[in-house]
Design a protein around this ligand. Sequence first.
Ligand SMILES: [Zn+2]
Ligand SMILES: [Zn+2]
Ligand SMILES: [Zn+2]
Length: 147
Amino acid sequence: MEIQYKRCCTCASKQPITEFYRLKSSPDGRYPNCILCYRKSRVPQKKAIKAGRRKWERKIREEAIAYYGPNCACCLEGQFEFLSIRRIEDNAPVEGPHTPDPYWLKRKGWPDGFHVLCHNCHHTLNRYGYCPHGGIGFKGYPQSPTA
Ligand SMILES: [Zn+2]
Ligand SMILES: [Zn+2]
Ligand SMILES: [Zn+2]
């Protein structure tokens, strides 16, 4: 079988046709630049998309934390980066995930049965079933046996 070659329009090197991504709308069915150059050209674009998504993710998270918090229900930590949302076991909607995605909550119209916890308290509760803080303003969990 004869190998077809093609010259990359970016790096100008001649390469086997398989080194070019397929593109239906192009006359020879391939991209004008080779895979390597194509990928390089996409990096800034991808970064911009990623940055945009991060910004948007943060916005939804901020909305969710503000609605269910804004402080950790156990230790009252208020630093956004430390906070997460957790299902309140005693009061949980049956289909609710344990650690819901902020988008899921938003899509469901901010359902009841969730609260904000800092990662510290969140993790401790998951692991031990109580938090040594004793749960200030916090319902649904037993206190530490020693508290
Ligand atoms: Zn190239
Ligand atoms: Zn906490
Ligand atoms: Zn705690």
